[in-house]
Structure formats: structure tokens, C-alpha cells
Design a protein around this ligand. Sequence first.
Ligand code: DX5
Ligand code: ZN
Length: 218
Amino acid sequence: MRIQPSILSADFVNMQAAIETIASADAVHVDVMDNHFVPNLTFGPAMVTRVQAVSPIPLDVHLMITDVDRWAPGYAELGVFSVTFHAEATENPVALARRLREIGARAGLAVKPGTDVRPYLEMLPEFDQLLVMTVEPGFGGQSFLADMMPKVAAVRSAVAVGGLDVWVQVDGGISLDTIAQAAEAGADTFVAGSSVFGSPDAAAAISGLRSAAAAHSH
Ligand code: DX5
Ligand code: ZN
């Protein structure tokens, strides 16, 4: 069970201190948004470089941008642990996943709530993680979409049937109230923004989420 706090909910002008509070997590989730793929604008490569320089834990970069064929390899070249792009943002997810892996990053594929995951299940061996969005991408603090759980279960089952080592990630509205459902559906990697950084004790929030997920895992 992996917990990955999203710094979208951290204090942007005290980022280094914020990152220190989540040192017990498995990765820092970095939401890159371009104001085109989603109606919000966040960080670019310069910020990712600085976060990586001060972070004691690996970086999981979630690209909510268009033109991923052009931009995603540059994020992998920064040496981050994983780079996830959206299925809706490229015509050829497999070719891009291969480029990312060649550069040395784990490759992730993300699907928005309205996107059917089934056409992508046959590509799973080309990926290291599959991200099922449990909110409409763009903003932190939204409500968890429980009706995405069948999608999570479909991914988990494809991973099991194929005997694959692919992480099943969920992102959006993950809290102590919702993480059990996601773990039960088969998620093993949990992004949490507001429930970690909105808590007075981020380390306690992380360990609480981790135990709740573990208690409901398969
Ligand atoms: C939403 C981002 C999420 C966001 C999650 O588009 O991809 O990573 O930070 O925030 P919470 O956990 O508050 O829903
Ligand atoms: Zn995200």
C-alpha cells in the first residue's frame, strides 16, 4: 500500500517545509497542469527540478497537459521516479511509454472519469502503473467518485490475469472515509492531497491512510 501526497494542496511558497512533513510517504505526487488539458495551471519542469532536489522521497509526476508526446520525455529526463500521462492526450500511448521507460522513468497511464479503461487494458504490460482518476482532473479538494470503483476492479483483474507487476493508482478525494473502498476495489497506490496537507499532522494522516488501506487490501 503506497501513499503519495499531492503537493497541489501544499503551501506553494513553503514547499520545502511542506515536503519535509511528508517524508514518511512513498512518493511526492506532483500535478503538472497546463491550462489546456485542464482549466488550471500549476508547475513546470523548473519546479519539478527543485522539488526533486529537496525531496527525501521519489517524485511521481502526473501530467495533466496536452502534447504529451512533446513534453513528457523531458520530465523523465529530469530523473523523476515515474511519469504519468493521460490516455486522452496522445494517439500512441505505447510508443510514449516505451520512450519514458527507455529514459529510465516508470511509465504511467491515466484515465479521466469519463474514459473507458477497457481499450487500454491490453497495453498494461507496457506500463508500470495505471491511474484511475476518482475526480475530474484539475483541482484538489473535490468529492471522491465512488462509481469509478468498477473501473479500478477491472484494472486490478487485468493485472492479476496477466500476472503483471503494474501498480493500480487512484487520485482524487482519497481520505479516511474513502480509501477503504478504493483498496477493496483493488487499488494499491493512493494519491491524497487535501486529506494530508489539510491535516494538522501530515505524518499521522499518512500513517492513518496507510493502515486503512492495508486493512482493506486483498
Ligand atoms: C487533481 C489532481 C490530484 C489532486 C488530488 O486533478 O490530480 O492529484 O491533488 O487532491 P485531493 O486529494 O484533495 O482530491
Ligand atoms: Zn494528480
